[in-house]
Design a protein around this ligand. Structure first.
Ligand code: HEM
Length: 249
């Protein structure tokens, strides 16, 4: 029986999405102020998150709910490993560490995987749909801001098997259909939406941890100028329709 999980997730995380977009870190990135040191720390943090998540998804691939939403072609861990080689060098494993928010995020994913694996759907949704959506525009800004060499440094946002805008659109539609077809009751749907909000919060907290470093790097006056205005969320509906995405070829 089909559900409306996809729209429940989109609508039910709208405020959390807006809050994540309105972190000073993201506002700076959107204005092209990408501090290399903080960006690589964010990637390192995401490495811990994604490797934990992807290990859990793989382990539960025969679970009726988790298995249906497990798309190994989305896996970010291998791409993040390449990004970390690029930013930290070949001994990156000895140099990286998770942020406090990352430690808590990882611990939480492990607990969810052990006790309520169906809630992993929320974690997959928040990260993968984010990387396939806003992530695609962030990628372009970051590449320009850091003047990255071709094909290096933004593997997080590269989906080799979804190389075009059309392929990503089609995949996202399939992902939403899959969410709607998961065998879930209303109570579990509600728990998944709550869990997705928790996932957004872990992401927001990671960015908050990097804020002081960004401020120090770009200077307080510029930082204040760039961050003082609230941004309308990208998943907030305006005049009855969602603000369209900025992912272009
Ligand atoms: C400045 C930063 C961001 C921008 C500009 C942005 C932009 C967008 C846009 C334009 C969409 C709509 C795409 C569509 O309708 O197909 C979207 C969707 C989404 N974003 Fe973001 N985003 C940002 C940050 C984040 C963060 C930090 C996360 C989570 C970690 C995230 C998670 C999501 C998710 C899960 C969706 C899918 C919503 C849905 O259709 O169900 N975004 N984002």
């Amino acid at each position: 029986m089909a559900s409306n999980l996809a729209s429940r997730l989109r609508d039910g995380t709208q405020q959390s999405h807006t809050a994540a977009e309105n972190t000073a870190f993201m506002k700076c990135v959107l204005k092209g102020m990408v501090v290399r040191e903080s960006f690589r720390k964010l990637l390192a943090n995401l490495y811990y998150v994604y490797s934990t998540l992807e290990e859990a998804l793989q382990r539960h691939q025969n679970h009726a709910v988790v298995g249906a939403i497990y798309f190994p072609e989305l896996n970010r861990t291998p791409n993040l490993e390449l990004d970390l080689v690029f930013y930290y060098g070949e001994h990156w494993r000895n140099q990286i560490q998770p942020l406090n928010a990352g430690l808590a995020y990882v611990k939480h994913i492990r607990e969810v995987a052990a006790h309520s694996p169906e809630l992993l759907v929320a974690h997959a949704y928040v990260r993968y749909m984010g990387d396939l959506s806003g992530g695609q525009s962030l990628k372009k800004i970051i590449r320009t801001a850091l003047d990255l060499p071709p094909g290096r440094g933004t593997g997080l946002y590269e989906f080799e098997q979804l190389p075009t805008l059309e392929a990503r659109h089609t995949f996202k539609a399939k992902y939403r259909d899959t969410l709607n077809s998961l065998p879930l009751n209303q109570a579990t749907i509600q728990r998944i939406v709550l869990e997705a909000n928790a996932a957004f919060e872990f992401n927001r907290k990671a960015m908050l941890e990097l804020e002081a470093e960004v401020k120090a790097e770009i200077g307080e006056p510029v930082f204040n100028l760039v961050t003082h205005q609230e941004k309308l969320g990208s998943t907030v509906k305006t005049a009855g329709r969602a603000v369209e995405l900025i992912d272009t070829e």
